[in-house]
Design a protein around this ligand. Structure first.
Ligand SMILES: Cc1cc2nc3c(=O)[nH]c(=O)nc-3n(C[C@H](O)[C@H](O)[C@H](O)COP(=O)(O)O)c2cc1C
Length: 186
């Protein structure tokens, strides 16, 4: 095995459009450094230089929408342009749920609205931890009442190749395939 140095190899991650109200206007930022804290809390790693951070800090709310592959260009655009100079929200049809300052995108098949639970102050990044207040899904991506990610067609991201990737086919059942290695009686 070759040592690579302290390289973050925790990819791919989903690419999200994070919505916030900044200076009274909806804005969206593309975020792929995104994580799961527990069943109801998620995290965003957002560089302090970004325009969106102030809106999250002021209103203590944000949304996390999952774009499908067909929104790839719009998603990339929201990661290239700044809301300081560009009205990125104009690309989308917006809707609001329970939180008046967490804009969401109708074209995204899945959106979560979040209340800011905690901010972890890293030197260059704000780590925003949000409590999921409500989740919205297009009925077209539901299998019964569960989100079917093969229908969502999420955009996966990896830093080394700087490419968007598609989800592959399932290969096995979790909490199940390992059972075959259990010794009889073990
Ligand atoms: C695919 C992709 C993923 C990104 N992921 C992150 C991220 O996880 N954290 C971050 O701080 N910036 C990330 N960015 C950069 C921001 O989206 C970008 O700087 C954006 O223009 C900032 O918008 P704002 O100035 O309106 O806040 C990403 C950009 C792209 C294209």
């Amino acid at each position: 095995m070759k040592a690579l140095g302290a390289v973050n190899a925790l990819y791919p991650t989903p690419t999200a459009l994070v919505g916030a109200t900044v200076n009274g206007k909806a804005n969206f930022i593309t975020i792929a450094h995104i994580g799961i804290m527990d069943h109801s809390h998620i995290s965003l790693g957002m560089g302090k230089v970004h325009y969106t951070n102030a809106g999250i800090k002021t209103n203590k709310t944000f949304s996390v929408c999952l774009p499908s592959q067909d929104l790839m260009a719009q998603t990339d655009y929201c990661g290239i342009m700044t809301g300081k100079k560009t009205d990125k929200a104009a690309l989308f049809e917006l809707f609001y749920g329970e939180l008046a300052t967490a804009p969401m995108i109708k074209q995204c098949p899945v959106c979560m609205e979040c209340r800011l639970a905690r901010t972890v102050d890293f030197p260059s990044h704000d780590i925003f931890i949000g409590e999921i207040v409500q989740t919205y899904a297009d009925e077209a991506v539901l299998q019964n009442t569960m989100i079917d990610f093969s229908k969502v067609k999420p955009l996966l991201f990896d830093m080394p190749s700087k490419q968007y990737w598609a989800l592959g086919a399932p290969v096995g059942k979790c909490w199940n395939v390992g059972k075959q290695l259990k010794r009889k009686g073990g």
